[in-house]
Design a protein around this ligand. Structure first.
Ligand SMILES: [Zn+2]
Length: 171
């Protein structure tokens, strides 16, 4: 992994930006260039990834129904959208998170997003209860007790659910 400190920050202009980049090999997806940047001065951060080999734009739909599914790899670039019906939509675009994880890691991320949104909600009791129920459902999914549908789509082909169980559709 290459790391470069003291780079110019495009947000605040100070030389406090740390840039890191690496190439990782993701089985059944190929070599992938991963980079991130973080500015100590203003807190600006950005990360993204790009497959070395160009993949077609694709939508992946999977139904998670067992503990074994927790190890399925998930790749999300900033150009990828993740939709979990009735739970969450992680939109693509500038500033959208990128990551390489597995289904369990994805669920943990989503739980954190739901929890912090619920914590910020001080007045709305119904919203808090809804968040609690969603987290409960996600915990059950991790234990293989409930099913969960996950859809990832990316026109640039840089996001994927890497499993034979995933239904693929060209975009
Ligand atoms: Zn900055």
């Amino acid at each position: 992994m290459a790391e470069m400190k003291g780079q110019d920050c495009m947000m605040c202009g100070k030389k406090e930006l740390t840039l890191h980049e690496e190439e990782i090999d993701i089985p059944h997806f190929g070599k992938t260039f991963v980079f991130g940047m973080y500015c100590v001065a203003c807190g600006y951060r950005k990360s993204d990834l790009e497959a070395s080999e160009k993949h077609p734009g694709m939508q992946f739909t999977i139904e998670i129904d067992s503990e074994d599914d927790m190890s399925i790899k998930v790749v999300k670039a900033s150009t990828g959208t993740i939709k979990i019906p009735r739970i969450i939509t992680m939109e693509s675009g500038e500033g959208s998170e990128s990551f390489v994880t597995n289904i369990e890691g994805l669920i943990e991320r989503i739980k954190k997003i739901i929890q912090s949104a619920a914590d910020a909600e001080t007045e709305d009791k119904a919203a808090k209860k809804k968040a609690k129920n969603m987290i409960k459902k996600l915990n059950n999914v991790v234990l293989g007790r409930e099913k969960l549908k996950i859809v990832i789509s990316d026109k640039s082909g840089n996001s994927a659910i890497i499993s034979d169980k995933a239904v693929k559709k060209k975009l």
